[in-house]
Ligand binder design. Sequence first.
Ligand SMILES: *Cc1c(COP(=O)(O)O)cnc(C)c1O
Length: 397
Amino acid sequence: MSKELENLDKEYVLHTYARNYVNFKKGINATLFDENGKDYIDFTSGIGVVSVGHGNKQVADAIYDQISNITHISNIYAIEPQAKLAQRIAQLSGYDVATFFANSGAEANEGAIKIARKYGEKNFSKKRFKVITLEHSFHGRTITTVKATGQDKFHSTSFAPYPDGFSYNHTIDDIYNSIDDETVAVMIELVQGEGGVQPFPKKAIQELAKFLKEHKILLIVDEVQTGVFRTGEFLASNLYEIEPDIVTLAKGLAGGVPIGAILTKHKDIFSPGDHGSTFGGNYLSTRAGLEVVDILDNYKNSGKLDETIIYFEQKLKEIYEKYQNLFLESLGLGLMRGLRVKDEQTLASIIANGFDEGILVLKSGKNTLRLLPVLTISKEEIDEGFKRLYNALGKIS
Ligand SMILES: *Cc1c(COP(=O)(O)O)cnc(C)c1O
């Protein structure tokens, strides 16, 4: 049966991913079941997407209720769940922002760059358009966002030419010297998700935010991965106590229904016609988003999210200390965690052994084992997941 799926996939789907051939049939919270009934503890949540768990009944009911009535109209009409989700996002962030809804992280970042460029035209006598990003960043796969991504391996000459106006800095401190009279924005992740689960120091970020504000340069925080309670607060920006000009969201926002969002306090940069999307913000995705955000807000307010984070951190600390021979460093915030592994080959073995043991984990950067569990993961699932990870590590060396 899996072979059948493998053949179909290989014959008819474009080969852009290095696939694992498994046929998942069902999911319950942080547990997945394949066609043979084998269960897997999911420490990936679909790369930070399935924030409220697989098969979430409350989200499923809300979606069913919504699409039984209206799935989609068009942004030429007002859309009630879209307006309500935008309001909830503003409330939860604590910022005075308005939101544009897109369909993915890359698309949200594209829109953010458009806002920055128009801001650069409106607010300076000589137009500013340059955006500074960081090495090891990841901002998406479109021609522009891949160019914004500070990793050479993504800048294949096959896809050239790329748009102008992007440069990369090695550290936060280097940014100050790279700013020139054409710089309009700095775009960063607070924890680099694809670049090794690397968080930046709070103080350095706060100083950068202050400096940029004084110079009227925009701070864009790409929270596609860190957003929606992943680091313990609604936004990682809340945790860092900064107020960016633009924040982008996507992954965890609608629990697996495609969505992207651009939040900005610069509400009057875009005028009608400047930006748009056919699907963005439709009834389906924003109704799902409303439900997800409600579930997670209650989960946070009840203290359960913090409890889960503390419990997960404790287990992670134990495994990190036990396997000092394999791990170099423990990194990350909240339920976005990484263990730097001594080399790439060992990491590949850990992931493969984990798969056999029934624990799903991710790679980040070159040699970081990345853990992005479902935010609503239970203590039992955490216990079982780590037990299996111990088994996977036990088979190394
Ligand atoms: C995943 C990710 C993106 C790209 O999101 P897509 O939905 O795949 O386009 C952009 N930025 C960050 C930080 C991400 O983690």
